[in-house]
Design a binder for this molecule. Sequence first.
Ligand code: FAD
Ligand code: UDP
Length: 365
Amino acid sequence: MKYDYLIVGAGLFGSVFAHEMTKKGKKCLVIDKRDHLGGNVYCDEVEGINVHKYGAHIFHTNDKKIWDYVNSFVEFNRYTNSPIANFKGELYNLPFNMNTFYQLWGVKTPEEAKKKIQEQVDELGIKKPANLEEQALSMVGKDIYEKLIKGYTEKQWGRKASDLPAFIIKRLPVRFTFDNNYFNDKYQGIPIGGYNKLIEGLLKGIETKTGVDFFANRGELESLSDRIVFTGKIDEYFNYQFGKLEYRSLDFQHELLNISNYQGNAVVNYTDTETPFTRILEHKHFEFGNQKKTVITKEYPKEWKEGSEPYYPVNDKKNSEVYLQYKKLEDQKRDVIFGGRLAEYKYYDMHQVIGSALQVVKRYS
Ligand code: FAD
Ligand code: UDP
């Protein structure tokens, strides 16, 4: 065999796996069907600005080992994500914290804010939240749900909030302090000079081929190695034999503007139902840039279909059942490792994908 591992997908999972196995003396080939490496963390450079081509990527983790790992390839800056929500022209701080409560209700103390939320929660009488809507209502009450959650969620997922799993909203902190940090993790930042530096560091000295789709030449590619690491769609790998899993996709509309500062923040969410996009990113603010021009990106959510990119697994009941059937097939295939957001059909963040790849490397070493 020419290689020990053929790695399908040059995203974070594939790149970390290739890096670690190469360090152990294994011969790896990494292929990707896109025309660049890095998967969804890839950045395009425009006018000296690193443009997050596939949406805002903010690295955060509580795990010092993972933080030190990524910082060993590229230094991270002190960026802290604190998005603004725009609801029909009214601006609110996110995540839900004392600033948000003051802006909504004029309450000035944690006690007043808790009372206000509790009154609304009591009125609803939800005992055990069974879906995203109930979970959100019981975390923050009706006002916040209606202004900052319902519209955004239903645009993002193309489904009613009452049909979505509760865990999606549990990602967001609710705080009774004046703290606009979107994450609770100890470590957070953006690679200085962009994510491509992280990927270049991981894949240094490793054979890579872009513009190669595994399914276009499956037989030949499979004959190149003893083992395959597959990070594409798991349902596609098994020829959709149990039916198609659903994914959400996005259209990214990037614009170069001849002004230096468009919105004063890296991320502004549009939480009403009518605005067709969910958020506008202004990329220079991830790295505190002071270039003369600026690049913004509007994210328009849509359902995944053949020919678009699958970005988010839809982990509702129906899809979870289909996924389990594929997972059973996967468990019987000893020569293929399935990893990452698409192959594991999991709403993974970057640090989780890296952690998972490092675990898998341990298991196979
Ligand atoms: P991917 O990056 O998707 O890589 C998989 C690769 O496989 C792709 O490059 C694809 O082209 C390739 N591939 C698929 N099929 C084939 C095939 N048949 N042949 C060849 N190649 C193939 N995480 C955070 O921690 N913080 C954030 O702020 C954050 N924001 C996000 C915003 C958006 C809009 C999205 C979509 C994700 C965000 N994430 C964020 C999650 C993060 O992108 C993922 O956790 C991580 O990039 C997943 O890495 P991966 O290797 O599993 O997948
Ligand atoms: N969410 C919301 N309003 C917001 C931001 C997020 O209702 O202004 C909800 C929405 O359901 C979203 C989920 O919280 O899908 C998780 O948000 P996050 O910002 O983590 O989403 P991602 O960055 O992964 O798209």
